[in-house]
Design a protein around this ligand. Structure first.
Ligand SMILES: Cc1cc2nc3c(=O)[nH]c(=O)nc-3n(C[C@H](O)[C@H](O)[C@H](O)COP(=O)(O)OP(=O)(O)OC[C@H]3O[C@@H](n4cnc5c(N)ncnc54)[C@H](O)[C@@H]3O)c2cc1C
Length: 386
């Protein structure tokens, strides 16, 4: 591994640092300041930085993407762009498989964060085994008619559009179960589409069930060819996946916990001197470092032009365990204040309580730990299939 930056990369890093020093909003809770920041970041073409330039992206290389993410994460800057799913997978899928008209229609709005996209993949009986999905679409003239149900659809109630996976034909056998899946772009205001929010254990409702009853979707809103939906979906995962930004986020939380441990008492001594707490913090720190080094290995592979495969499951597993553990240490250090979200200073705005209740998003979303372990066992260690 050689991570010395070239003179051009150093110049880019300095440019990012200067930009942050001059423009980072001093108050991250001030929406006007954050919007102004987002506009400036967009002008630099750093939103969608890895996307092709002819789609309005920055055309950035892998190393530049890493530099940008790392510097932004270190500075605790707001996220690059405000349309999370649009930027993470809808936009990249449209850039790769979309018609020219679809690119013109959707990509600028995603980069500008004009509205939100949601993701209609999971169904009541199809989560880990997504290819078994049953929501059905039938082509009738110039439109598809969709019937079925989706579930756990994050931010469905606040989204204007959905990227939806439907079944347009039945696969010939279990081995071909990825066949016959098609991707549609659906307007949430469509007639026959109903969103029912689901309450989560943190008390909020950020995901929903979505029901489709004879929903008409114009055929020109199909992304890719009929039956190509699986390919369209997995292709969006092919960009930079070094987990560098996640590592920076975890390090920040670990630093906060260390400060917190030094400021509260356990058995009449600072909690940072308690052997149990010290051991848990040390284990977490070692695990974050393992994640960082794995990230470097992935990055090296990508820089050599090799595609990344199953190895990213290792970091997904580490991150899931770390997010749960850090939340639990935080709540434990807070003592009785750990049960409060606000009202007293020691509740620190409910940070650790929300963190420890928010784990399903990181742990389950994008594939559960069991599934990551299966992937590691079968595809990396070569163990028999389960
Ligand atoms: C916060 C949150 C947000 C989400 N947002 C979205 C979204 O926006 N859009 C969307 O489409 N989906 C979303 N999901 C759904 C998520 O993708 C699924 O929950 C996930 O894929 C697991 O599927 P499932 O819930 O059906 O569980 P199942 O697949 O039924 O799994 C149940 C249990 O069985 C285990 N299991 C399953 N198969 C195996 C196996 N082969 N070997 C060993 N163990 C196995 C799992 O690990 C799990 O513990 C979200 C989920 C969460 C928690």
């Amino acid at each position: 591994m050689d991570f010395d930056l070239s003179p051009e990369q150093q110049a880019f890093r300095d440019e990012v640092r200067d930009f942050i020093a001059q423009n980072l909003p001093s108050n991250a809770a001030d929406p006007t300041a954050v919007q102004a920041w987002q506009r400036k970041v967009r002008e630099k073409r750093w939103v969608g930085f890895s996307w092709p330039e002819d789609c309005g992206g920055g055309g950035g290389g892998i190393m530049e993407q890493v530099i940008l993410k790392e510097e932004m994460a270190k500075a605790k800057a707001p996220p690059l762009g405000s349309c999370f799913m649009g930027l993470a997978w809808v936009g990249p899928s449209i850039a790769q498989y979309g018609t020219e008209a679809q690119k013109q229609r959707f990509i600028p709005d995603i980069l500008d964060g004009k509205y939100q996209w949601c993701t209609g993949y999971s169904e009541p009986d199809s989560g880990s085994d997504l290819a078994s999905l049953q929501c059905k679409a039938v082509l009738e003239g110039d439109h598809y008619v969709v019937n079925g149900q989706k579930i756990w659809t994050s931010i469905a109630m606040w989204s204007k559009w959905m990227i939806l996976l439907v079944r347009t034909s039945n696969p010939k056998s279990q081995e071909n179960k990825h066949d016959g899946i098609t991707c549609l772009l659906v307007e949430m205001a469509s007639e026959g589409l109903e969103v029912r929010p689901i309450r989560n254990m943190g008390g909020g409702a950020v995901f929903a069930e979505v029901f489709f009853t004879d929903v008409k979707v114009p055929a020109e809103q199909r992304l890719g060819e009929e039956g190509q939906g699986w390919q369209v979906t997995v292709s969006a995962l092919a960009h930079e996946r070094s987990s560098i930004a996640e590592v920076e986020g975890l390090k920040r939380n670990l630093d906060l916990l260390k400060e917190h441990a030094a400021g509260v008492e356990r058995n009449g001594r600072p909690a940072s001197e308690d052997p149990g707490i010290r051991r848990r913090l040390a284990v977490a720190e070692t695990r974050v470092e393992a994640m960082r080094l794995n990230g470097m290995r992935f990055l090296t592979k990508q820089l050599k032009g090799d595609p990344l495969g199953s190895e990213t499951s290792v970091n997904k597993l580490h991150r899931a365990a770390l997010e749960v553990e850090l939340g639990e240490i935080g709540v434990e250090l807070q003592g009785s204040a750990g049960s409060l979200t606000d009202g007293i200073d020691d509740a620190v705005g409910g940070k650790w309580q929300k963190h420890s209740l928010g784990w399903p998003e990181v742990v389950i979303g994008g594939g559960t730990p069991n599934i990551q372990k299966n992937i590691i066992a079968e595809r990396i260690l070569g163990l028999p299939k389960d």
